[in-house]
Design a protein. Structure first.
Length: 105
């Protein structure tokens, strides 16, 4: 009977020692002092964005005869070409800004 009791006490002592060793070796929890969160920023300044040209509506074009309509559509097309070139220049300037993605902030 005493052998079983000694074996039980030894098992309890081993378990308590293991638990105490586990508690003593826990690492301290470090709370971050600063958290850096990437924030999206508009690349294109709204003041630099070219204004969209006023184009004729389909109803306005249909009121014209075929010759005037052709000239009006060509004039609108030219305005769109200029607008597209200006807009592409702004976007190209934006795309040349080095990206911060993948770098530590």
């Amino acid at each position: 009977m005493t052998a079983k009791l000694n074996l039980l006490l030894l098992a309890v002592l081993v378990c308590m020692t293991a638990l105490a060793a586990g508690c003593a070796s826990s690492l301290p929890i470090e709370v971050p002092k600063e958290v850096k969160v990437p924030t999206p920023v508009a690349c294109v300044d709204p003041a630099r964005r070219p204004p969209r040209p006023q184009l004729r509506t389909e109803a306005d074009l249909m009121l014209m005869d075929r010759g005037r309509r052709t000239l009006a559509m060509f004039a609108d097309w030219l305005r769109l070409q200029v607008y597209t070139a200006d807009l592409e220049a702004v976007v190209e300037g934006c795309s040349r800004i080095p990206s911060t993605a993948g770098r530590a902030l």
